[in-house]
Ligand binder design. Structure first.
Ligand code: AMP
Length: 494
């Protein structure tokens, strides 16, 4: 049994129903049980006449098996979902609700979210409980020819997250690529690390269904505790490791750890894969394949891929990010990487101006201007740098201007700027320099108030690790905050 994205239904294949489909921290589900749970969610929606919901639903939780069964049920029902992890503060969820007009929350936790004007349904296995019920709108028009599968929100430079809309076709081409070109089989066990709110998790969430393999979910407590994660990987014979390079670097013992002997593939995406990490893995895991892949959320997880071989290690430092996937194209326009193909999003939800700037048509095909600089060599793409204030910290995508905008919203702040401090080109921390309104003393409690205020609207990984108060914002010739000078001031005072 596996999920057939073309027909949007389960089809019987060679995979035995007793094989494991899904493992979370409480339960393991065979493919037979997985299919039954997906179908009971579909039936519940149909019985309630909810199968023509007009608005995408928020899928709220943290690594519960139900989040996966619900995703597959919603795909069958052709209802789009927005994955929201419990780490996100209420104000951010409200911002998402406002952009989308969400009317329904599917909650996989035990704690109601209580978003105003929403129907909230709790799903636990085959059990359904309505936490609250509000009026829902239903679509009167037939389902679009290429319906949305999900909207993933990423950091937005204007201060509000932006919703990347991904359609069925994009997921189909992505899963076809996974099935055909990576060598994964139904015997594989995908090790999930990323939160479902991030598109890195789409690698395993969609691929295990298309291939009919097993998905091993790991909660935050586990991924933050190397011993616990390694124990789980060993116990369930995880074979496909999917993470950002930063994440595996935190596993400093990742070298020759015997618990990781079952791993056959290391799949990296989201940041520069350091040559030294790839070389170390290559030496320690002789039988494993190391993939470096590249792509933004706006082009469905990844667009390029390369297996890092001895030859690649010998020839290239920095490493290439790979060859474009079939039917997608990489162009370099004024040094900027432009992605062309069906895997490109149809745009950010309700952001026409930004869309006009970032999403274009090239020869009638959707294209996305990534804001990444790069070059092509030997048929492969190489990533060099960003053109803007977007950074990666510990694998998380962050617009520094979003943080600055939230600090500027605080009434006792006159103006602020957020900068990234790098070592060897890699962001090590983010700090904010803040000019307070007149008569506000830069005392400790002011810093505390800023942190408290930010905690209400930003996820924890976006909170700057330090703040310094300045008397005057240094400006460059264009009248913008002078980041070089700010970095100098920060380092001088630290
Ligand atoms: P996200 O949308 O979170 O996947 O972040 C996308 C951004 O991460 C890209 O636009 C790049 O800046 C960066 N990125 C993704 N993959 C790689 C890679 N293999 N090497 C370097 N940077 C990458």
């Amino acid at each position: 049994m596996r999920f057939c994205f073309q027909e949007k239904d389960f089809t019987e294949h060679s995979i035995t129903p007793d094989r494991l489909a899904l493992i979370d921290h409480d339960r393991t589900l065979t493919w037979h049980q997985f299919k039954a749970e997906v179908n009971s969610i579909c039936s519940f929606f149909i019985e309630n006449n909810w199968d023509t919901l007009a608005k995408p639903v928020i899928l709220y939780g943290h690594k519960q098996a139900e989040m996966i069964t619900t995703i597959y049920a919603l795909m069958k029902l052709k209802i789009a979902y927005i994955p929201v992890d419990v780490i996100f503060p209420e104000q951010r969820i409200l911002a998402i609700q406002n952009v989308v007009g969400v009317e329904m929350v599917i909650n996989c936790t035990n704690q109601p979210l209580n978003l105003e004007n929403t129907t909230e349904l709790q799903i636990k296995g085959h059990e359904f409980q309505l936490f609250r019920e509000r009026k829902l709108t239903f679509s009167q028009t037939p389902v679009a020819s290429d319906p949305l599968i999900y909207i993933i929100f990423t950091s937005g430079s204007t201060g509000e997250p932006k919703g990347v809309q991904i359609t069925t076709e994009a997921i189909q081409t992505f899963t076809e690529w996974m099935k055909n070109d990576f060598g994964f089989t139904a015997d594989d066990v995908f090790i999930n690390i990323a939160l479902f709110s991030f598109d890195l998790s789409v690698y395993e969430v969609m691929s295990f269904g298309a291939i009919g393999s097993t998905l091993l979910l790991n909660d935050k407590a586990t991924t933050e505790n190397p011993d616990a994660l390694l124990e789980r990987v060993e116990k369930y014979k995880g074979s496909i490791w999917v993470s950002t390079p930063s994440f595996s670097l935190t596993y400093s013992r990742i070298g020759a750890v015997p618990q990781l002997n079952s791993i056959q593939y290391f799949l990296f995406c989201g940041e520069t894969l350091p040559h030294s990490l790839a070389a170390k893995l290559f030496d320690s895991f002789k039988d494993a394949v190391i993939y470096n892949t590249y792509g933004p959320t706006e082009a469905t997880v990844a667009t390029t891929m390369v297996a890092v071989t001895q030859e690649i290690l010998d020839l290239y430092n920095p490493l290439p990010v790979g060859y474009p996937k079939p039917e997608s194209q990489i162009l370099i326009e004024n040094e900027e990487i432009v992605i062309v193909g069906d895997n490109v999003s149809i745009g950010y939800l309700n952001r026409p101006e930004l869309n006009a700037d970032k999403f274009i048509l090239i020869d009638g095909k959707r294209a996305y201007k990534t804001g990444d600089c790069g070059y092509l060599q030997d048929g492969m793409l190489f990533f060099s740098a960003r053109t803007d204030n977007q950074i990666k910290l510990h694998g998380y995508r962050i617009e520094l201007d979003e943080i600055t905008s939230k600090i500027n919203d605080i009434d006792f702040v006159l103006q602020a700027e957020t900068i990234a401090l790098r070592r060897n080109g890699e962001v090590k921390k983010i700090v904010s320099l803040v000019q307070l309104a007149p008569n506000i003393e830069s005392q400790l409690d002011v810093k505390e108030s800023i942190i408290q205020s930010l905690t209400k609207s930003l996820p924890p990984y976006m909170i700057p690790s330090d703040f310094k108060f300045i008397e005057r914002m240094p400006l460059n010739q264009n009248g913008k905050a002078d980041k070089k000078e700010l970095e100098r001031v920060y380092l001088e005072r630290t």
